[in-house]
Ligand binder design. Structure first.
Ligand code: NAP
Length: 304
């Protein structure tokens, strides 16, 4: 089995699940894996799309490719157009290497007509995956949480420390959060199920964003005042906080995606873990440290 980004968030959960099921895993990554115990258990190969022949060699003998590679936002030379092109090269290399199936991780409600470039680019990549000539399954997660996630952890971080938390609008838009282990399980099951399928990876509970914030606030014992604000004010506050934590906290597009209920699944839930139970059970660790997107994915690493 091959996984792009085994040292990442979803890729790690997926890799752990594949290893537990007795599979050998090769990961395609920018990272060396040095200092990460997972690196001892898998084969670490470069995800270098400027060298397609090396990609083909890395994928030789692989039955299924799980693709989690994506950018959260464009920055510097990393663009969504570039990410689509890199993914297209990857899929072509998989075909040449004789890989049977690609399980591609997309995003819920991916559509070429979506409001934001992230979601439109995801839709463009889905077209490439469908026409790859490989067996394919597209898994579309909703907002994904779990150990070391960014969004819920940093929401908890803010609620633990700030006297006021700015909610974009009234917070009546909905989310269907899914645990990363459920996403991993759904992907692994998709590898053995029918080909040519698009399915959401969504949790059991659909709730308003205000409810989600309230649940995290209660779980971590926060006394922050939750204040509805115009999206533009939340963006300004997020930028200010970003200067302090040296990160990009939230983008304008992410606010648009959130407030338009884009992160809501309309399919029957496939997730088994309930966020209403997970939050109190994991509250002790939640939000203790800031999880930095820039440190994880944009600093001192080759871009792509
Ligand atoms: N997290 C969510 O809430 C959520 C919701 C819906 C859909 N998804 C989708 O789920 C998939 C996995 O997301 P994730 O949250 O688990 O992401 P992630 O771990 O942050 O990123 C996935 C992989 O993409 C590569 N990557 C990330 N940023 C990059 C950059 N700036 N330049 C080059 N490579 C970069 C990394 O691979 P290496 O560093 O190993 O090379 C990383 O392991 C993505 O397709 C995402 O769109 C996520």
């Amino acid at each position: 089995m091959a996984v792009t980004g085994s040292f990442g968030f979803t890729g790690r959960a997926l890799t752990e699940r594949l290893l537990s099921a007795g599979h050998e895993v090769v990961t395609l990554t920018r990272r060396s894996g040095e200092g990460d115990p997972l690196a001892q258990r898998i084969s670490v190969q470069p995800f270098d799309t400027t060298d397609p022949a090396a990609l083909v060699a890395s994928l030789a003998g692989v039955e299924t490719l799980f693709n989690t590679y994506w950018l959260r936002f464009p920055r510097g030379t990393s663009t969504f157009e570039g990410a689509v092109a890199r993914s297209a090269t990857l899929v072509a290399a998989a075909r040449e290497a004789g890989v049977r199936r690609v399980v591609h991780v997309s995003v819920v409600n991916a559509s070429p007509a979506a409001d934001t470039p992230y979601v439109r680019a995801k839709a463009a990549l889905e077209v490439i995956v469908r026409s790859s000539g490989l067996e394919w399954v597209i898994v579309r997660p909703t907002l994904t949480y779990g150990p070391n996630d960014i969004l819920i952890n940093n929401l908890a971080w803010a609620l633990r420390r700030l006297p006021v938390y700015g909610l974009p609008g009234l917070g009546r838009y909905t989310v269907t959060p899914v645990h990363v282990d459920d996403v991993a399980r759904i992907c692994v099951e998709a590898a053995a199920g029918p080909s040519g399928v698009v399915l959401d990876a969504a949790g059991h509970e659909t709730m308003t964003y205000r409810e989600l914030v309230d649940r995290v606030r209660t779980a971590v014992g926060s006394r922050s005042l939750i204040v509805p604000m115009p999206g533009i004010a939340v963006l300004a506050a997020a930028r200010l906080l970003g200067l302090f934590v040296r990160d990009i906290v939230l983008t304008r597009d992410e606010i648009r995606e959130l407030t338009s209920s884009l992160l809501t699944s309309h399919e029957p839930p496939r997730g088994e873990i309930r966020i209403s139970e997970w939050l109190p059970a994991n509250a002790a660790q939640l939000g203790r440290r800031w999880s930095s997107e820039l440190d994880r994915n944009y600093s001192r690493l080759p871009t792509g």
